[in-house]
Ligand binder design. Structure first.
Ligand code: HEM
Length: 361
């Protein structure tokens, strides 16, 4: 006991709780009819933490390797106390996190929060979005079931279509020419070491930038508030906004817990590389809009392979999306509000193609 008291005294002499939260006490959050969109980044962060915690628990029993991965997940689901629930939470939370990251990206786009001085916040966010999709792609293979095996085969094959670097990239991802146990080992490494490391650093940078630059205000409101400073309304980040955020996390936890318990995640059938691919194999929902687009492109566009054209087009669009804040400042009003139009189109396209991809045979 006295050891604990001494440690507390030692800490108190060096650290003042007030000093620690002082920057948060100074921070304010704008208060307006669109303020609720400010919760989305925090919910994504909360789900990321859930992923790390449940991922560590799964690691206690999961074994990578073509001969044991499926069996170890089966063991987790049938023998380990609450193993099925932890796995179900991990899988549901992964999907919810990808959804909230996309929703956060679109909300930032519509609210024009990417504009100067927040270009770097946008870029770090976009890289996080790519990483989050990488988490999904690499994690999907880990249970080594039939669907995951063939989805990985198709997905890495598509990556292999990129001219020049495609083939070496495919071999790097697969750890050879084919999807085998070597692919599983690699994906495991990406999923539990490389991606979490990169994502943690980027999330820290992202949140630090948000802290440094303060929250943006939608442009129309900014003009209004600048012309009439008395109309400006704000709330303290700590404790007012932080407590509201906590409530949002509580709701997210409730939704997640209910989904995981009521709809436990399936395991399916163990992968067998020697059987034919099941008919109508599809990737996870967040890749469907790209997958369906590639299916609709004709086999040859002029004299180039249709799939290559599609993959290249998505690569270029991804790069332009990453650089959007700079493109907007280079072409400020031509036509007026072109980014809003583009965002509406992109949202409708992604949603429409995903539904179409889901329904298509
Ligand atoms: C793992 C993924 C992500 C996490 C954990 C995360 C976290 C956060 C948090 C906690 C905030 C402050 C609250 C808020 O505005 O919601 C924020 C703000 C922001 N995020 Fe993200 N974010 C992620 C992905 C993204 C993506 C994909 C983009 C866009 C490409 C993005 C761009 C931004 C911008 C521009 C802001 C500033 C908003 C403003 O000032 O109004 N973030 N993010």
């Amino acid at each position: 006991m006295s050891l604990l008291r001494n440690a507390q005294k030692w800490l108190e002499e060096r650290l003042e709780w007030e000093d620690l939260i002082a920057p948060l006490r100074k921070k304010t959050v704008p208060k307006h009819h669109l303020s609720y969109w400010y919760f989305l980044g925090g919910i994504t962060l909360f789900l990321f933490v859930i992923q790390v915690l449940t991922g560590i628990l799964l690691l206690l029993y999961y074994r990578p390797g073509a001969n044991e991965a499926f069996e170890s997940v089966q063991y987790i689901m049938t023998q380990v106390q609450f193993g099925w629930l932890i796995r179900s939470i991990h899988s549901w939370s992964a999907n919810l996190m990808i959804f909230t990251a996309f929703a956060h990206m679109f909300s930032v786009l519509f609210l024009k929060a990417y504009r100067k001085p927040r270009e770097l916040t946008w870029i770090s966010g976009m890289i996080l979005l790519f990483l989050v999709m990488g988490f999904g792609f690499s994690g999907y293979l880990l249970p080594w079931n039939t669907l995951a095996f063939f989805a990985t085969k198709v997905g890495t094959e598509i990556a292999g279509q990129v001219p020049v670097i495609g083939k070496p990239m495919m071999i790097f991802l697969r750890g050879g020419e084919e999807v085998t146990g070597a692919t599983l080992t690699r994906f495991f490494g990406f999923h539990v070491a490389v991606l979490p490391g990169l994502a943690t650093v980027l999330i820290l940078l992202h949140v630090l930038l948000v802290q440094r630059l303060g929250m943006s205000v939608p442009p129309k409101l900014e003009v209004e508030w600048n012309s009439n400073p008395a109309a400006r309304r704000e709330m303290k980040f700590f404790p007012n906004f932080a407590l509201r955020e906590l409530m949002a996390w509580y709701v997210a936890l409730g939704v997640l817990g209910a989904l995981a318990a009521v709809f436990p995640w399936n395991l399916g059938v163990k992968a067998d590389p020697f059987v034919a691919a099941p008919a109508g194999i599809k990737p996870e929902w967040y890749f469907l809009f790209m997958f369906q687009t590639l299916k609709l492109i004709p086999a040859k566009v002029w004299f180039i392979d249709g799939e290559i054209v599609g993959v290249l087009a998505f690569g270029v669009i991804g790069l332009l999306w990453l650089l959007l804040p700079f493109l907007e400042s280079a072409y400020p009003s031509r036509p007026k509000r072109w980014i809003t139009g583009l965002a509406v189109f992109a949202l409708a396209y992604v949603a429409g193609m995903s539904v179409y991809g889901h329904l298509a045979k």
